[in-house]
Write a protein that binds this ligand. Structure first.
Ligand code: F6R
Length: 609
């Protein structure tokens, strides 16, 4: 949800570093981009709607150079996708600001500033920040003090980077949106995340809410929200530049789909010690599942569907009751909190504001312990949680989550085994059998990936459709939900998912010859029920696309297309069946020529409400 990058260098032109950083951050927002450079007491700004490549062209034309600068990729919240709304925003040719987040009281601040004769040139909430800093500087305090005073007036979530026309420093502040400092020799940087900086440094400091920092080429100073100087630890990031490269793939989503066997294997091995699951490997903390009587899972989007799948595992294996709730709904509900409930949040980015705020609300509601399943080191949700179970998916760039989802599922399955083990609901023999099955999972995923040519053929049929229906039952219903979300997200085809048994209670009315119906139909105990539901569709002329196991015993016939994964893998089957629905969405999007990695109106990290 908007990406920020900035830097101050003693000797180097900062412009190529900013452009490279913005390209890496584009997944956070891609409707417009801009940079501002401080040069000879002047702010030079270039902005453009569309992709970073558009400002790149303008920069070359203007031969823009400088040693201090800030840049931004935008995901519009306040104000349309217009150049005048693109960041950086400038006040009186003196103060320049980029911002990620939402200023909730911007209308009030805007009225105040208009009374002081400030003229607004954009429709954004960000412009008030630039003008307020300018206003507070009038009595000649330092830029740091003016930013500090401004922050005290802001309500909402923000990460900001600020400079002024005769400065070779950048001031940054964060409250609710991520911001890091990248430390290097004779040059220092700031960014929304490490991906923007890996070409220049892997020494990073994660700022915390309330922090304000002054960045110069040879120093950085961090202050708390009373302007007392503080220290923050420098971390060595393990993210490598080649992890961000496309390699032989056409799209990041395709690359990430194909990385799943390895990502899953890495995630499993991170928790297995001498052949057995070792809970101590979860964030290095002693985790005692036997003290919890229930679990509440909070998440959004695809991560929520991972939670829905996990409910079946926890209840089946560990006999622990689980509720799964959409984070943005839980926040505003008068939830009744049972004693001894563990909160589990699931988030690829660790930044999703809805999930972060739901976690905070859960703590206010009296829940004492929380565990997060997350893919990003030191992210906001990680810092707010007692226990962390990292998915080892590696950087996920495609906006539509794929490898993060399947590694989340692996973590959740392992966690349900830990619960079962510590609550004495599973024998050692069964634990070892599950570990054995887990270790075979990457092979099953590989076989599912080999279905690509058949799925490509299916995709051609979907690309002409306007609607699609996904059906699943039991533990595969969340995979139907995920399939529908993936399809609508990247191909813009309207798709709905239903538990197949619900069909007759309403959605059957939609079925006709133009409606493709995808059915997740593995050889589990509900297969016969699913087959009956399929007959209901077939009898009404619907076209069925069935994702079965090798042993599901279906035959393709007129109106029924069947593809098969490996043999049925029991309760791990949802992880295998996630692959065909990902590939289907990917290939439908390709045949519709949509922007697979950056679907319209979306962004990767959703740090606004
Ligand atoms: C869909 C997708 C989103 C995210 C959701 C939560 O493909 O990626 O639905 O799952 O925005 O994001 P995280 O997991 O980062 O909290």
């Amino acid at each position: 949800m908007c990406g920020i990058v900035g830097g101050v260098s003693k000797n180097n032109n900062i412009v190529p570093i900013l452009i490279n950083g913005l390209e890496k951050l584009e997944y956070r927002g891609y409707d417009s981009a801009g940079i501002a450079i401080i040069n000879h007491n002047r702010i030079q700004r270039i902005r453009s709607v569309g992709r970073v490549s558009n400002i790149h062209k303008k920069i070359s034309q203007k031969n823009l150079k400088g040693k201090t600068g800030i840049g931004h990729t935008r995901w519009a919240t306040h104000g349309g996708v217009l150049e005048k709304n693109a960041h950086p925003h400038i006040s009186n040719n003196e103060i320049v600001v980029v911002h990620n987040g939402i200023i909730e009281n911007h209308a009030k601040l805007c009225d105040f500033l208009k009374n002081k004769n400030y003229i607004f040139k954009s429709e954004t909430d960000t412009e008030v920040i630039a003008h307020l800093i300018h206003y507070f500087r009038k009595n000649k305090p330092s830029l740091l003090e003016a930013v500090h005073k401004t922050c005290k007036k802001l309500e909402g979530a923000y990460a900001i980077a600020v400079s002024n026309k005769n400065s070779n420093e950048i001031i940054v502040a964060r409250n609710g949106c991520p911001l890091i400092i990248g430390v290097s020799e004779d040059q220092n940087f700031i960014a929304s995340d490490i991906s923007a900086l890996i070409s220049v440094t892997n020494n990073v400091i994660f700022l915390e809410d309330g922090d304000i920092a002054v960045i110069a080429s040879d120093s950085y100073k961090i202050f708390d929200d009373n302007l007392n100087q503080i220290n923050r630890k420098i971390y060595k990031s393990s993210v490598k530049e080649n992890q961000m490269e496309l390699g032989p793939y056409d799209h990041y989503m395709q690359k990430e789909i194909y990385e799943q066997p390895i990502a899953i294997a890495d995630t499993i091995e991170s928790i297995i010690d001498e052949g057995s699951i070792n809970p101590k490997l979860i964030g290095g903390l002693k985790f005692d599942a036997s003290k919890y009587e229930s679990i509440l899972i909070l998440a959004a989007g695809t991560s929520y569907y991972a939670g829905l799948t996990a409910k079946y595992w926890f209840e089946h294996l560990a006999k622990v009751p689980v509720n799964v709730e959409i984070a943005s709904e839980y926040r505003y509900r008068d939830a009744v909190t049972p004693k001894k409930q563990l909160i589990i949040t699931i988030s690829q980015s660790g930044e999703t504001l809805d999930t972060l705020e739901a976690l905070k609300q859960a703590k206010k509601n009296g829940n004492k312990n929380s565990l997060t399943i997350c893919n990003v080191q030191e992210s906001a949700i990680v810092r707010q949680s007692d226990y962390v179970f990292y998915t080892r998916a590696g950087v996920e760039i495609g906006v539509a989550s794929t490898k993060a989802f399947t590694t989340q599922l692996v973590c959740l399955f392992v966690l349900s085994l830990i619960f079962a083990k510590q609550r004495k609901k599973i024998t050692k023999k069964n634990e070892l059998a599950y570990i054995e099955e887990l270790r075979k999972l990457s092979g099953h995923i590989q076989t599912a990936l080999n279905l690509e040519p058949q799925i490509k053929a299916w995709a051609k049929k979907f690309s002409r459709k306007s609607n699609a229906l996904f059906l699943g039952r039991g533990i595969h219903y969340p995979i139907a939900l995920e399939g529908a979300l993936k399809l609508k997200e990247i191909s813009y085809i309207h798709a709905e998912a239903y538990p197949a048994g619900e069909l007759k209670h309403g959605p059957l009315a939609l079925v006709d010859k133009d409606l493709p119906v995808v059915v997740i139909a593995p050889n589990d105990k509900l297969l016969e029920k699913v087959k009956s539901n399929m007959q209901e569709v077939k009898a009404r002329g619907g076209e069925l696309f069935v994702i079965a196991d090798a042993d599901s015993q279906f035959d393709a016939e007129a109106g029924i297309h069947v593809i098969r994964t490996n043999r049925h893998v029991g309760i791990l089957s949802p992880i295998v069946h996630a692959i065909p629905v990902q590939l289907l969405a990917y290939h439908v999007a390709i045949s519709k020529k949509t922007d697979v990695d950056k679907p319209r109106n979306l962004a990767k990290s959703v740090t606004v409400e």
